[in-house]
Design a protein around this ligand. Structure first.
Ligand SMILES: [Zn+2]
Length: 124
């Protein structure tokens, strides 16, 4: 996932990718403190694993919103003739809610990922 920390020199936020899911794994993989290079001022610096944090993924939000925005009308269009013919409004409402459910699941999983990384600190 994408992880963030603040550069001690220019104070801007810099990011890097890692496949770890918590700070214990991060310190095993990269050591503690972690050596990083600021993307903005290009300085090399060391930072404690506890100063590194996860944020909500923009990609997850975009995917979730795309499913929501495209899925709801598609479900409606697909079922439009069926609604007119049969009047089974309850079923069609259920179909339209599927994109909303997917949206909620993606959002919840992303929050869980961020929370599980941020809540555990090496030094407590
Ligand atoms: Zn910097």
């Amino acid at each position: 996932m994408k992880l963030f920390t603040k550069c001690p020199y220019c104070k801007s936020e810099t990011s890097f990718y890692s496949f770890v899911s918590d700070r214990a794994m991060l310190s095993k993989e990269k050591g503690n403190p972690v050596q990083l290079t600021c993307k903005k001022c290009n300085s090399d610096f060391h930072t404690e694993v506890d100063n590194i944090y996860a944020k909500k993924s923009i990609i997850a939000i975009i995917v979730a919103l795309t499913i929501l925005v495209l899925g709801a009308p598609l479900a409606f269009i697909g079922l439009n003739s069926f609604i007119r013919d049969s009047g089974y409004f309850v079923i069609s409402a259920g179909m339209i809610s599927i994109p909303f459910v997917i949206y909620k699941i993606i959002n919840a999983q992303d929050r869980k990922r961020v929370d599980s990384f941020n809540k555990f600190k090496i030094k407590g």
